[in-house]
Design a protein around this ligand. Structure first.
Ligand SMILES: NC(=O)c1ccc[n+]([C@@H]2O[C@H](COP(=O)([O-])OP(=O)(O)OC[C@H]3O[C@@H](n4cnc5c(N)ncnc54)[C@H](OP(=O)(O)O)[C@@H]3O)[C@@H](O)[C@H]2O)c1
Length: 322
């Protein structure tokens, strides 16, 4: 079958270790099922894997891809939950299992004609969503869902600041927060992306580091070092910064005095549970909101999608179809 595989790590040139070629078909172990992939979505995680972040050399070659939607053996349309873990070992949440992994880390991922996953990791695809739309939900959208609805502590009417508006997590957070009745503010580096964020539902868009009209109740932070100091200054006393990523580096000054004096809550957030993915699928089906898709490419042209993300030329999600 055709697959997109990481074969080597190159920190400065991630595409150098990318191979798009035929590999052997997988066969599911007991309790696992095979899903014929119809669509799969690209995440920053896939670039990090090619850079040797989160993936070990002993795991190569490894099929990339955390997000996927397709059909199971019986022909049912399904969405794949990417967190492979034991909920019991994680106090009821597989994400908290110390041994959990995401598809493409320890087990082959979704950028292939088929993937095998534990039977509990497939969920019915709502008929309202296309395969391309459904494929965008299990990673960045699920992460944004948990950040906004489980971890931010916000309620309808509150104000949320979303840093780095153009990213997969950020565009998801904009759409979800707007649909839930929050006031949505964003930052982005370019005028064009700020305008797109407003088209998408943000109430106001600011340049990175800009002074805001008032402090936000919560900040959705996935950019890391480049925006961290701004996030600390933009949240109200007692407010929450939810952080899921550090694309630009993770060594900004912690500013502990500001954290304790302003009584800030800093909450780490990763992916989401099967139940949260179920809720997200239903939220999209019921509300009519849909993932923001930048472009759809056939899997065989995946390299073009990777190059666009590395070049910063993506607003929303890149989807590969099989
Ligand atoms: N913990 C988890 O479960 C989880 C899940 C998903 C993602 N993540 C992490 O979250 C981060 C974002 O993921 P993603 O898939 O949304 O990535 P993405 O689509 O590549 O988005 C990254 C965004 O960061 C902003 N950015 C990049 N460089 C910047 C800079 N120098 N200064 C300011 N802003 C900058 C950009 O926004 P603008 O161009 O609009 O400024 C960009 O769109 C990654 O680090 C990823 O690993 C974590």
């Amino acid at each position: 079958m055709l697959a997109v595989t990481a074969t080597a790590f190159h920190a400065d040139d991630p595409l150098a270790g990318l191979r798009v070629a035929d590999v052997r078909n997988p066969s599911p172990p007991a309790g696992w099922v095979e899903v014929a992939i119809k669509a799969a979505a690209l995440n920053r995680h896939d670039i990090f894997s090619l850079q040797g972040i989160g993936l070990r050399a002993g795991e190569l070659p490894r099929i990339l891809g955390c997000d996927g939607a397709g059909v199971d053996r019986d022909g049912n349309p399904v969405v794949v939950h990417s967190v492979i873990g034991d909920a019991d070992a994680g106090h009821g949440d597989a994400v908290n299992d110390p041994n959990r992994s995401l598809l493409s880390e320890r087990y082959d991922g979704t950028f292939a004609e088929s993937v095998v996953v534990p039977a509990a990791n497939i969920l019915a695809k709502p008929a309202e969503l296309s395969f391309e739309e459904a494929a965008c939900l299990p990673t960045s959208w699920l992460t944004a869902y948990r950040m906004v609805f489980t971890n931010s502590g916000t309620r309808p009417g509150d104000t949320v600041l979303i840093q780095g508006a153009g990213g997969g997590v950020s565009t998801a957070a904009i759409v979800l927060a707007r649909a839930a009745g929050l006031q949505v503010w964003v930052t982005s580096r370019t005028e064009q992306r700020r305008a797109k964020a407003v088209e998408l539902g943000a109430h106001q868009a600011f340049e990175p580091g800009a002074r805001l009209p008032q402090r936000a109740d919560a900040v959705i932070e996935s950019v890391g070092q480049a925006t961290w100091a701004h996030s600390l200054r933009c949240v109200r006393p007692g407010g929450t910064i939810v952080v899921c990523g550090a694309t630009t580096g993770d060594a900004p000054p912690a500013e502990l005095a500001r954290v304790f004096y302003q009584q800030l809550r800093i909450v780490g957030s990763t992916m989401g549970s099967r139940q949260e993915l179920l809720e997200l699928l239903r939220f999209c089906a019921l509300s009519g909101i849909r993932p923001v898709i930048d472009r759809v490419l056939p899997l065989v042209e995946a390299r073009r999608g990777f190059a666009a993300m590395v070049g910063g030329d993506v607003f929303g999600k890149v989807v590969f179809t099989v």
